[in-house]
Design a protein around this ligand. Structure first.
Ligand code: MV4
Length: 448
């Protein structure tokens, strides 16, 4: 069975990305949108549209009853959740399936398992994935914290079980910091997630963030698609991603890729997923698994030539993965710059009307964006408005091509992070690829 009609439960560039994949598969598309997005490109280009609520995400793109009702109204046979919003909400996945609509994503219990970071680590360990040394379960009280920290070795990091994305993390450099770190992590976790369970890990001080893309089908086939290097970030928001990572070689890639692929095969994992690692001193340490399509998927598409969204849709429709591990060849280098509607120095959001838009072009250049001349960036959602993805034969060529593309792109008169990207690309650390997860924030502190 291939789908006839897919409802796209998202907005912005991602909604467009899914829409294009649907059209190439001859699938009808339904856009849902908030009242703030009536003029959005995904709404213009979809075969059918349903306005499902007011501007705020909770009234619209997170409004499960409205989305299900819309899907029933138009007779959609599947829902694609895109990235963010409801894409990792296991209740949503379950509700969609309970209405006899296919959720284009993993099984609800796998989403749920990976959403609980303690459960995710227990699962990862069982599956043979290397972990950061840490507590085996949640830390119930300070006495327990002291014992665990002594065993793990300082510095330690306390993390929220319901966390991810960096919220509710506290470092204790030594025993004297531990009580404060434990208490504040627990209360932050309670306030942010309504779940005060925390766990502990050895704190890695200068790791890189390297993640492995995997895919699984319902016949038990799994394939890895190599890694993405995502260390260039600010406040847990990725800024630049590249594939392959400048830090690892083919032997290391094969090794970690095969560990990831085997692990998801053992789980019976369905769909796209990303296993996130910290990488330090030649070692990989699992931190989390994302059970969705990722923003940075195009760099993997660039170096593998595989359309991940089409593959994801076909797998959800019950088809086998259209390639085998041996068919996956890594070709050249790709870098993605996330362009946000924000001031490039203060990062204050800069919503408003874009009157001039010019897209760079040329061999190896791809823009994923919802922007057009006359588009008004609404203030209600995240500020990502465009992704510039550049592919070339090697990393050096890729950087040169990307610099030129950044010179050509015009998005005016709102502020964007284009100038930040230009600055980063001029640094020697970007040139030699020697950055870690702390580098950009330190650079911004020192230069501003
Ligand atoms: C860590 C860490 C150092 N040591 N865990 C941040 C968000 C969440 N995904 C995991 N995070 C981290 N976990 C240990 N044991 C440092 C971070 C971290 C980080 C990780 C990836 C990318 C950017 C980051 C920025 C700050 C901290």
């Amino acid at each position: 069975m291939v789908f006839k009609k897919i409802l796209i439960a998202n907005r912005g560039d991602v909604a467009l990305r899914v829409l294009r994949a649907c059209k190439e598969l001859n699938i009808q598309t339904v856009a849902i949108h908030s009242t703030a997005d009536s003029e959005a490109m995904h709404v213009r280009l979809a075969d059918e549209t349903v306005c499902i609520g007011g501007p705020s995400s909770s009234e619209s793109y997170l409004n499960i009853p409205a989305i299900i009702t819309a899907a029933q109204l138009v007779g959609a046979d599947a829902i694609h959740p895109g990235v963010g919003f409801l894409s990792e909400n296991s209740d949503f996945a379950e509700i969609v399936e309970a209405h006899n609509i296919v959720f284009i994503g993993p099984k609800a219990d796998h989403i749920k398992c990976m959403g609980d970071k303690i459960q995710a680590k227990i699962t990862a360990k069982e599956l043979g994935i290397p972990l950061v040394p840490g507590s085996k379960s949640d830390i119930v009280d300070f006495k327990n914290a002291l014992i665990e920290a002594k065993e793990i070795g300082y510095p330690v990091l306390i993390k929220a079980a319901s966390g991810g994305g960096g919220r509710g993390m506290k470092v204790a450099m030594s025993e004297k910091d531990l009580e404060a770190a434990f208490t504040s992590a627990k209360s932050e976790a309670k306030a942010a997630f309504g779940d005060d369970r925390v766990y502990m890990e050895r704190y890695l001080q200068k790791p890189r963030h390297i993640e492995v893309q995997i895919i699984g089908d319902k016949f038990g086939n799994t394939v890895h698609l190599g890694e993405r290097e995502c260390s260039i970030q600010r406040r847990h928001q990725k800024v630049i991603e590249e594939a392959p990572s400048p830090a690892i070689d083919q032997t290391t890639r094969d090794k970690i890729g095969n560990i990831a692929s085997l692990a998801v095969a053992k789980m019976g994992y369905l769909g796209l997923g990303t296993i996130e690692f910290l990488y330090e001193d030649g070692q990989f340490f699992f931190i989390e698994m994302n059970t969705r399509l990722q923003v940075e998927h195009p760099i993997t598409e660039a170096i593998t030539g595989i359309d991940l969204v089409k593959e994801q849709i076909m797998i959800a429709a019950g088809q086998p993965i259209s390639f085998k591990q041996d068919d996956v060849k890594f070709n050249g280098h790709a870098i993605e710059c996330r362009i946000n509607a924000e001031d490039p120095k203060t990062f204050i959001p800069s919503p408003g009307k874009i009157t001039q838009f010019h897209s760079p072009c040329g061999l190896g250049i791809r823009i994923e964006s919802c922007v057009y001349s006359g588009y008004v960036v609404p203030p209600y959602y995240d500020s990502l408005i465009a992704k510039l993805i550049v592919h070339a034969s090697d990393r050096e060529q890729c950087i040169l091509r990307l610099k030129q593309a950044l010179k050509e792109i015009v998005i005016e008169p709102i502020s964007t992070t284009i100038d930040l990207h230009k600055d980063i690309l001029e640094t020697s650390v970007m040139k030699d690829g020697s950055y870690d997860i702390r580098w950009l924030e330190n650079k911004l502190l020192n230069n501003n």
